[in-house]
Design a protein around this ligand. Structure first.
Ligand SMILES: Nc1ncnc2c1ncn2[C@@H]1O[C@H](COP(=O)(O)OP(=O)(O)OP(=O)(O)O)[C@@H](O)[C@H]1O
Ligand SMILES: [Mg+2]
Length: 264
């Protein structure tokens, strides 16, 4: 039976879809069977990030309506054969999709996969509750900005009212240079504020946004590759290896990089 993990946040645009896609790719690269579902109905961001938009035959609404089986709608990833995406609805059919409908699809898929990753819409309205209803675990994404941390805290208190096995969080878009210069809150302080388990730290990296626009995951020679690899290990094996976002800005050369970055 799969681990059914909802990837959520309070604030929008903090990297849920990006992290869902890269986590799915990393987990599948180890041979695990992974299916991802975009529950931001009508916007299809995950389909775009995974580059599957033109391959969609059936979508989640067709599965809920009984026009096809869940497995028939899945699209296999070109790079990772054990990674699949359930296409989001082509058109905005918000009212047709209920929490029970999504749960029906998720529970069908959970029987044949190791992970079901649910990419949650932003906010805490019906779309959020619909997504969390099918999950057994939640990962909350926050950036190191106060509005995002505050909204993550609110979301965690709402998640606590669900019967989830585990709630953890990821800090995304952290900048080691700003943290060392005292201009950005560090991960330890965010951990103290949110009081749930930290499962990953992802740096701010242009490579990530480039890969999101071009479709697919980050390349193996980048620092964010290591960050996503650590995240995948922590989630799957229960390790506690966090990406060291300050490493490249430490020491003599590091301080030059830090000052250069300040000037650009
Ligand atoms: N660590 C990062 N470094 C650089 N860019 C990033 C990083 N994480 C996300 N981004 C970029 O931020 C933008 C928003 O990311 P994304 O769409 O994943 O957020 P989201 O939380 O899913 O948004 P929404 O709430 O609208 O669903 C994208 O352009 C993405 O490429
Ligand atoms: Mg998104």
């Amino acid at each position: 039976m799969a681990r059914k993990i909802v990837i959520t946040s309070g604030k929008g645009g903090v990297g849920k879809t990006t992290i869902c896609a890269n986590l799915g790719i990393r987990l599948a690269s180890t041979g695990l069977r992974v299916v991802m579902m975009d529950l931001d109905i009508g916007l299809n961001n995950l389909d775009v990030v995974m580059g599957i938009e033109n391959k969609v035959v059936y979508d989640i609404v067709d599965v809920i309506d009984g026009k096809c089986r869940a497995k028939q709608a899945l699209i296999q990833d070109m790079r990772q054969p054990s990674l699949y995406t359930m296409p989001s609805a082509h058109i905005y059919t918000e009212n047709k999709i209920t929490g029970y409908g999504i749960k029906y699809v998720v529970d069908q898929l959970a029987q044949s996969f190791d992970y079901v990753l649910l990419d949650c819409p932003a906010g805490i309205d019906s779309g959020f509750h619909r997504a969390v209803f099918s999950a057994s675990e939640a990962i909350v994404i926050t950036t190191p900005h106060i509005a995002s941390i505050r909204d993550a805290d609110k979301v965690i208190s709402i998640l606590n009212s669900y019967q989830l096995n585990k709630i953890s969080f990821i800090v995304n878009r952290i900048r080691g240079d700003l943290v060392l210069n005292g201009q950005m809150i560090d991960v330890k302080n965010i951990e103290n504020l949110l009081k749930v388990q930290l499962v990953g730290v992802i740096p701010e990296d242009d490579e990530i946004s480039t890969c999101s626009s071009l479709g697919g995951g980050v390349h193996s020679k980048t620092e964010s590759y290591l960050a996503f690899k650590n995240l995948c290990d922590n989630l799957h094996n229960g390790t506690d290896n966090m990406f060291d976002y300050t490493l490249k800005y430490k020491g003599f050369l590091g301080s030059i990089k830090r000052n250069l970055r300040k000037r650009v």
